[in-house]
Design a protein around this ligand. Structure first.
Ligand code: NAD
Length: 329
């Protein structure tokens, strides 16, 4: 069985080698995106695995895939927003995704960022490298004294809540669909606003949907405790950046950690101006930690992405079905 992987990152190479041996599959890998120009690389392959943005999934591409006899595409990611599933149905091509690859990876990262904010770690690192070892005025706070507000208690939110709890924090949460059997970990509140009012630290774990877009806005921030900390490993759009920047500048919000922001992060901009005025303002604030959408990026998660997407394709090819078929839903 021969599978071509588009948008392949060098960090995935080891996982591809491992899964190739484990599943007896031949992989052809390219760092290029799948599009009408690169589709010819798939000649002679049985199926495609892809990752990243999929704005190139056009009708012309589907015509070509159909001519080449390619019937299956498996994403190595969870999200498939923006993909026209009708095109898949129309051209008889099935699409699968990886619904969950390692909730712990993101949860551990959210807790790491939280601990860094509480102990002002970024500020100490920056100062220390410049030779400033003064600790006066740099007092930290303890997680075990915190009320942590978790917004969204899906796979990642619950994993994060367990970790916060294990540090001794009191965990309160809001979810549009609260789950049963978690009262030993957290206390559900009736609304996000109720969580915002009581939490010392807010960790966001909701998907970006019309009703979560900008949920952390000026009005919500005004209701929060003075000196609250905000950690966003969910999606950039959940936070209104202008409101957060203002609150960080005024001190209403004491610190923020942002792993997700609408910016093409995967480049080295050292020595160059970052052409995004809000990101520039964030970068200028000592109490803000910016990371490049890397919460998921662990050896375990990457291997799971490659493994599960390969299993999806093998299931499609051997049985015509996959439990992660998004075109069938
Ligand atoms: P999930 O689907 O398991 O959980 C999402 C939860 O949000 C569900 O419990 C759902 O009921 C809840 N929810 C939906 N709408 C809501 C609303 N309006 N108010 C409150 N709760 C609401 O998803 P997950 O796997 O836990 O992932 C959560 C999010 O984390 C993803 O959607 C994605 O945006 C983000 N994520 C980030 C990274 C990263 O590397 N930073 C990686 C993976 C996922």
């Amino acid at each position: 069985m021969k599978i071509i992987s588009y948008n392949t990152n060098t960090d995935e190479s080891q996982s591809f080698r491992k899964i190739a041996e484990e599943k007896e599959v031949d992989f052809l890998t390219t760092s290029q995106p799948l599009n009408i120009r690169t589709v010819r690389f798939a000649e002679g392959c049985d199926a495609i695995t892809d990752s990243g943005l999929n704005e190139n999934y056009t009708e012309a591409l589907f015509k070509k895939l159909q001519d080449m006899g390619i019937k299956y595409i498996s994403l190595r990611t969870t999200g498939y927003d923006g993909i026209d599933l009708n095109l898949f149905r129309e051209y008889g091509i099935k699409l699968a995704n990886v619904p969950s690859y390692s909730p712990s990876a993101i949860a551990e990262f959210a807790v790491t960022l939280s601990m860094m904010l509480l102990r002002r770690m970024q500020e100490f690192i920056v100062r220390g490298k410049a030779g400033n070892f003064v600790r006066t005025g740099m007092m930290g706070r303890e997680m075990n004294q915190m009320t942590v507000g978790v917004i969204g208690t899906g796979a990642i939110g619950i994993a994060a809540a367990k970790l916060f709890k294990s540090f001794g924090a009191q965990v309160i949460a809001y979810d549009a669909y609260p789950r049963d059997g978690v009262s030993n970990i957290l206390e559900y509140k009736k609304s996000a606003a109720d969580v915002f009012k009581e939490a010392d630290l807010i960790s966001l774990h909701v998907p970006l949907l019309p009703d979560t877009k900008g949920m952390v806005n000026a009005e919500a921030i005004a209701e929060m405790k003075d000196g609250v900390l905000i950690v966003n490993t969910a999606r950039g759009g959940v936070v209104n950046d202008s409101a957060l920047l203002e609150a960080l500048t005024s001190g209403k919000v004491a610190g923020a950690a942002i792993d997700v922001y609408d910016f093409d992060f995967n480049h080295d901009y050292s020595g160059k101006a970052v052409k995004d005025s809000k990101l520039q303002r964030y970068l200028g604030l000592p109490n803000v930690i910016i990371t490049p959408h890397t919460a998921y990026n662990t050896d375990t998660a990457v291997e799971n992405m490659v493994r599960i997407s390969t299993e999806n394709l093998l299931d499609f090819m051997l049985t015509g079905k996959s439990k992660n078929d998004v075109t069938a839903k």
